[in-house]
Design a binder for this molecule. Structure first.
Ligand code: ZN
Length: 632
């Protein structure tokens, strides 16, 4: 309808304009005729006067000429009016057209807005439906997994009970018959171990790897490795976005062992969680080996690539979380008091308690007093840049202290998280040992590049990750501790924080060469312990401590250059021997000045890269001008 009426008003406008133009044309023609008549009469009058015609004739012709002039003037006036009329019509038409355009624009705008509103509403509804659908799906997956987990636990317990029953009877009978029961005890422990291993499946990948558009990608699982087939080969510098569906069982580390899991405390019904190797990680692909895809079988550790991580961790709201990376949402998870203490800690000379033992004890009292536990959760968001892994720890039992250390003009936050069971040992030594490590290692290797360095006490004895490590030693239940336990804690903290440098940054291949991280790290650990205290009782690094091992039965020894899985006497071979050899190389072969320069050069050259043994040997010689072929 609007279009038809639009068309007709346009035709009317054209018609009015056409009429006006015709009017002008007519008036122009009449004016021309009138002008012509006037000119003729004027000429006739002139010739009458010149030829001496009678006055009467002349007078008559003059009247006729005057009339013709008047008629011509009238015609001009008419023409002027017709022109003016046309101008009016043109103006009126323009006003009309402009109004129509304005009206149309408003209509278009209104229509667009209505359309956008409708689309927005539809999108919101679709998103909500999708969110609800995913939530329902997730809920059912979670409850299914929980059912599987519980039924597995029940089965495991049942099998263990049977073994217990069987061997209790056998051992009783053997005792009655005066037979030595130690073999039976061993058999029983083995049987229990086999059951544990059978059920100890901590990690599962599903067959649902998807690209960014949700299209499933073919994949093949081989042991702890998975190959995902991309639609087309990925060229250098290109990227490919995909999502991986996976879940992780958290084991009781005190029962099942392993490098991550949880520890349960009966006394307050609370746990410490230490999570590592908890998500699928990318294999290293480099220009020497291609893929480093040796399956993980328990001892030789990891070969990993650098990346940036942003991780959201949702835990019970009374937990404190420590992780690889800087906390991104302090306002949402920390009190104002904790945030202000963190600022104080940056320039403090001694560790500042961000969350004290008193506060933890009060929280645990409140928690144990509750008959129905709160299900409220909080999400902690962390960001770790240029790291080769991401680990974290969480507990309502954590005391938290922090100390800022100036490392090359940059503040590194050295922090510890530990339960009251770790005190008084942890509050005295952990964070100081972290700080000492950052300072000494930065001097001998490269400047520590990350903003934080964390030591956590939990079920794991000693294990390293970027910016965070898990350390086990604790005092006795009554709070007393031996000198050995004390140095045990200091040494393990230095060692595990030291691993930030080898292999987290100077990223050697742990699946192949244990000495390249453990050996080099134990050597700088030795230097750090001596800076902590010149009389520190270092267990590795002093030549005299390796004599017994080096002079032992040769069938129990193997070369340092042995694959991680095949090493005999792991600690002596991959930690003690290389650390002692480097100490001798520094003190008696090269001298401190040449050695320190070359060792630092190796660290600088290979930071954030993947060095091989030859790269170490080459740089030690190249940067010192000392021929060490005989030494290697
Ligand atoms: Zn180590």
């Amino acid at each position: 309808m609007a279009k038809a009426s639009g068309a007709s008003t346009k035709a009317l406008r054209a018609l009015a304009l056409k009429h006006a133009e015709e009017e002008i044309a007519l008036n122009k023609a009449s004016l021309a005729t009138a002008k012509n008549t006037y000119e003729k009469n004027k000429n006739t009058l002139a010739s009458l006067i010149n030829s001496g015609a009678s006055d009467e004739l002349i007078e008559k012709q003059r009247e006729v000429t005057t009339e013709a002039r008047k008629a011509s003037a009238e015609e001009r006036k008419d023409l002027e009016e017709a022109v003016k009329n046309k101008a009016d019509i043109v103006r009126k038409n323009a006003v009309e057209v402009r109004q129509e355009l304005t009206d149309n624009n408003t209509k278009i705008k209104d229509a667009n807005k209505a359309l956008n509103d409708a689309i927005k509403q539809q999108n919101e509804e679709a998103a909500k439906t999708e969110k609800d659908r995913i939530k329902t799906l997730n809920d059912s997956i979670l409850s299914l997994r929980e059912e599987i987990r519980v039924s597995k636990l029940n089965e495991e317990q049942k099998e263990k009970d049977e073994v217990e029953k069987k061997y209790t009877k056998l051992i009783e009978d053997a005792k009655k018959a005066n037979i030595n029961v130690s073999d039976l005890e061993k058999e029983k422990q083995n049987a229990l171990k086999l059951i544990r291993e059978k059920y100890d499946k901590v990690f599962e990948l599903t067959q649902a790897e998807k690209d960014a558009k949700g299209k499933e990608l073919p994949c093949t699982i081989q042991g702890t490795m998975m190959r995902i087939d991309l639609p087309t080969p990925l060229k250098s510098k290109q990227s490919f976005l995909m999502s991986i569906d996976w879940f992780n069982y958290i084991n009781n580390t005190k029962i099942h062992g392993g490098r991550g899991g949880f520890e349960h405390f009966e006394i307050d019904g609370s746990d410490i969680f230490e999570l590592a190797q908890w998500f699928p990680r990318l294999c290293v692909y480099d220009d020497v080996e291609g893929w480093q895809n040796k399956e993980y079988i328990g001892r030789g550790e990891f070969a990993l690539e650098f990346g940036d991580y942003k991780v959201s961790i949702t835990v019970p709201e009374d937990h404190i979380v420590a992780a690889t990376g800087e906390l991104q949402n302090a306002n949402a998870v920390l009190t104002a008091d904790m945030q202000s203490k963190l600022i104080t800690a940056k320039s403090s000379k001694t560790p500042v308690l961000i969350f004290s033992q008193d506060e933890v004890e009060k929280k645990l009292l409140d928690f144990t007093a509750l008959t129905i536990k709160s299900k409220k959760m909080k999400t902690w968001i962390f960001q770790g840049k240029n790291v080769r892994d991401f680990a974290w720890a969480s507990s309502r039992k954590f005391i938290w202290d922090a100390l800022g250390v100036n490392s090359g003009g940059k503040i590194v936050m050295c922090m510890s998280y530990y339960p009251k069971e770790g005190n008084p040992l942890w509050e005295k030594y952990s964070t100081h040992a972290v700080a000492q490590t950052i300072l000494t290692y930065s001097k001998y290797t490269i400047q520590y590049p990350y903003p934080i360095a964390i030591s956590v006490n939990g079920p794991i004895g000693g294990m390293e990750y970027p910016m965070i490590c898990f350390n086990g030693p604790r005092p006795e239940a009554d709070g007393t501790y031996s000198e050995r336990t004390k140095t045990g804690l200091i040494s393990v903290v230095i060692h595990e924080v030291g691993h930030n440098f080898f292999p987290m940054i100077i990223n050697s291949d742990e699946r192949q060469w244990t000495w390249m991280d453990e050996g080099l790290n134990t050597f700088v650990q030795f230097l750090t312990e001596k800076e902590w205290d010149k009389d520190y009782p270092s267990s590795r690094g002093e030549p005299r401590n390796i004599v017994q091992y080096m002079s032992s039965d040769k069938t129990t020894l193997c070369p340092i250059m042995t694959n991680s899985e095949s090493i005999l006497q792991f600690g002596n071979n991959a930690y003690g021997k290389p650390a002692t050899a480097l100490n001798i190389l520094r003190e008696t072969v090269m001298g401190r000045e040449l050695f320190d320069f070359a060792f630092k050069t190796y660290c600088q050259r290979w930071a954030f890269r993947h060095p091989r043994p030859a790269d170490f040997f080459r740089t030690m010689e190249d940067a010192s001008a000392v021929d060490l072929d005989w030494f290697w």
